[in-house]
Design a protein around this ligand. Structure first.
Ligand code: IPM
Ligand code: MG
Length: 370
């Protein structure tokens, strides 16, 4: 089947390259058994791009990413790049993609698979059946707002500083995505900031509350301070449905939510821009929440499941292929019943590496698709 659906593949560094290779086998399966063809292009990002071109994201790779229908991202970073100048660090490649593509809405679902209840460090009754969505604002706040920098001071000391700033339109556009998500899910939304300490938090709360009053009919809404939210996430995570929060709090709270599910290796994400006026589809990038895990890179033991589920999100949000997304997610759930990578291993299952886990998912796809 002909296809003009362009995926830009950016494996990045560390385990990013290994789990992306595994993801290609899923894509090959869809081509073979479902006649779903994508027009694939691969590029370098992060440390790999720095090694080849002296920059963590070349203009060409950025242009190709913007021109694609969706970007599939692995992970970036590694200790060998620690001493690089700030603007050359691998993470800058990822941040530049988010900013230049204006991917302001970062969806980070945290779901506990029944088979994984025991892999969480929390008690089974606290996490079983957990299904929450953290919506992180991704283009503003302390990650990007100016002024920021490191300056010499008259007394000879130095000052490092960042700014946390949000404008009304920035809050409203992420707020609308949050209301929409809540509407499609369980209808409950908690907005998280530090309005007790930060001016940006005061405005965030004001704007979100007004937006909910104006456009959030039928949605149960409340505000929560970020520190309390961190505590509530480990105390009683099932109280939440959708959490909307700023860039930095979203970074922290989503790692916390990831661990509820048993492993950071299980959490996918989608970063979406505004819908295209013609196609209705957003610019989009899909990436696992975990990083490049340099400590285990190259050993063939990385858990590829967050990458697969990020790809499932791509099928659903960028290509309207909900059936195939369901198939892949169900195959992951099935594979997990018997087969595990080390990070989520429990007695009674077979421990395997990246390839073995991938084969278990492919076998489950064979079985479920029949
Ligand atoms: C994430 C990561 C990134 C972030 C890093 C790699 C720049 O932690 O996606 O959560 O801080 O946003
Ligand atoms: Mg993070």
């Amino acid at each position: 089947m002909a296809s003009n659906r362009k995926i830009m593949v950016l494996p990045g560094d560390g385990i990013g390259t290994e789990i992306m290779k595994a993801n290609m086998r899923i894509i090959d399966w869809l081509a073979k058994y479902r006649s779903i063809d994508f027009d694939m292009q691969e590029g370098l990002v992060g440390g790999a791009a720095y090694d080849a071109h002296g920059t963590p994201l070349s203009d060409e790779t950025l242009a190709d990413s913007i021109a694609s229908d969706a970007v599939l991202f692995g992970a970036v970073g590694g200790p060998e790049y620690d001493d690089l100048a700030f603007e050359l660090k691998p993470e800058r490649g990822l941040l530049a993609l988010r900013k230049e593509m204006d991917l302001f809405a970062n969806l980070r679902p945290a779901m506990v698979f029944p088979a994984l209840v025991d892999a969480s460090t929390l008690k089974p009754e606290v996490v079983s059946g957990l299904d929450i969505m953290i919506l992180r604002e991704l283009c503003g706040g302390s990650y990007f707002a100016e002024p920021r920098g490191i300056e010499d001071q008259p007394d000879g000391t130095r000052k490092g500083f960042d700014t946390n700033a949000y404008t009304t339109p920035e809050i409203e556009r992420i707020g609308r995505v949050a209301l929409d998500l809540a509407r499609k899910r369980d209808g409950r939304l908690v907005s998280v900031e530090k309005a007790n300490v930060m001016h940006s938090g005061v405005l965030w709360r004001e704007v979100m509350t007004a937006l909910h009053a104006a456009e959030g009919e039928g949605i149960e809404y409340s505000n929560m301070y970020a520190d309390n939210c961190a505590m509530q996430l480990v105390r009683n995570p099932k109280q939440f449905d959708v959490i909307v929060t700023d860039n930095l709090f979203g970074d922290l709270l989503s790692d916390c939510a990831a661990m509820l599910t048993g492993s950071l290796g299980m959490l996918p994400s989608a970063s979406l821009g505004a819908p295209d006026p013609e196609t209705g589809l957003p610019k989009a990038m899909y990436e696992p929440v975990h990083g490049s895990a340099p400590d285990i890179a190259g050993q063939g033991i990385a858990n590829p499941l967050a990458q697969f589920m990020s790809f499932a999100m791509m099928l659903r949000y960028s290509f309207n292929q909900g059936d195939e997304a369901d198939l892949l997610e169900n195959a992951v759930a099935t594979a997990l019943k018997t087969t595990r990578t080390g990070d989520i291993m429990t007695p009674g299952c077979t421990q395997t590496g990246t390839d073995g886990m991938t084969e278990a998912v492919l076998n489950a796809m064979d079985q479920l698709a029949r």
